[in-house]
Design a protein around this ligand. Structure first.
Ligand SMILES: Cc1ncc(COP(=O)(O)O)c(C=O)c1O
Length: 351
């Protein structure tokens, strides 16, 4: 199309990102690492209680921010609330990345790191997991020597599921003090490993968390940035005044109050993960160890057929083959143990 007004070159160059976003409501959604159990009943009660006055006012977040900060063991000045992790990633790029700067990724990984980097006209340096899903240490350390501006690193990573240990994260932070390392802990509740307390020690560390996974609030969009208080004040300057809506704020407060719901989700996911691993071994299908609420499975040439067969049975899986050069990898999210058992029964038939 001939444009009346020129589009930015960075936008022109980008490939469109097309996740399958429609028609998922009544299916067993094992495709997006949401919480297939749903959310806490306390969240639904809090949403039902929202007053007309609060819905019709611009959101005031200070009280909730203080409570969330206390819940995570940080000072309020060390926490920013964001419209999902996605806004957190965009805020990192908007604060630190100039056009032409380099951003380091280890791929395959969460697609939005590349998305926001390319949108900002950054140069993406991409290291890759090998066929055994091993972290490419040599490549990463070589790139870090050249001080890229930002390194986006989910821990655990999606879709591979692997988790770096604290000493490995320390190695990364020390390798390049001039690189902002963004450790994305979206799956923290399943891995149990966090570096939030390190934000006081490292000025090149940002930790992100989300309410989309364990808390089951993906539809409300709420994320967190944990960072040294001086950096938090600077990043706040680059954020719009009302990033988080009143429903998300009310829901978050209720969600942190219901520890039982989180504990149940984590228990079900861990049991389901074992069950799925055992089931896949029985079917002679390879999967990779995962510290998240999902497992990466190698179906090879059968991947497309398996995903389509399960979809016909109302079960959605995420075919990630295109991230692995067409190699037949599928990512499966875990819900309750009963949901995982249903999945396995259908998998058995499909294979
Ligand atoms: C590593 C990682 N970070 C962040 C997100 C998304 O978080 P949010 O819903 O808070 O934007 C995902 C979602 O799949 C993810 O895998």
């Amino acid at each position: 199309m001939k444009m009346a007004v020129p589009v930015r070159r960075a936008v022109e160059r980008m490939r469109a990102y097309h996740p399958p976003l429609e028609g998922r409501t009544n299916k067993l959604r094992l495709d997006f690492n949401e919480n297939p159990i749903g959310c806490s009943p306390a969240v639904r009660r809090a949403l039902a209680k929202l007053s007309s006055a609060s819905i019709s006012s611009y959101p005031e977040q200070e009280t909730v921010r203080r409570r969330i900060a206390r819940h995570f063991g940080v000072q309020p000045q060390e926490l920013l609330l964001t419209n999902g992790t996605d806004e957190a990633l965009s805020l990192v790029v908007n604060t630190f990345v100039e056009s032409g700067d380099r951003v380091l990724l280890v791929e395959p990984t969460y697609a939005m790191y590349r998305f926001y980097s390319e949108l900002a006209d950054a140069k993406v340096a991409s290291a890759r997991y090998d066929a055994e899903m091993r972290f490419p240490w040599d490549e990463v350390l070589t790139v870090l020597k050249t001080a890229p501006r930002v390194f986006f690193l989910p821990n655990p990573n999606s879709p591979t599921g692997n988790l770096l240990a604290p000493e490995e994260l320390r190695r990364i932070l020390r390798a390049s003090p001039r690189t902002m390392a963004v450790i994305d802990e979206a799956y923290f509740e399943f891995s149990g490993l966090t570096v939030i307390p390190w934000i006081r020690r490292y000025r090149n560390l940002i930790v992100t968390r989300t309410f989309s996974k364990t808390a089951g609030l993906a539809g409300l969009r709420l994320g967190c940035i944990f960072v040294h208080r001086e950096l938090a004040a600077i990043m706040r300057k680059a954020q719009s005044p009302y990033p988080v809506n009143v429903a998300a704020l009310a829901a978050a407060e209720a969600a942190i109050g219901d520890r039982q719901f989180i504990a149940t989700t984590v228990r079900e996911v861990r049991r389901g993960r074992q069950e799925l691993e055992r089931g896949l071994a029985r079917l002679c299908v390879r999967c990779f160890p995962s510290a998240g609420n999902f497992v990466l499975v190698h179906f090879g040439a059968r991947a497309k057929k398996v995903v389509a067969a399960l979809e016909r049975k109302g079960i959605l899986l995420r075919d990630r083959s295109s991230d692995f050069g067409g190699e037949g990898y599928v990512r499966i999210t875990l819900g309750t143990l009963a949901q995982t058992k249903r999945l396995l029964r259908e998998l058995e038939k499909a294979l």
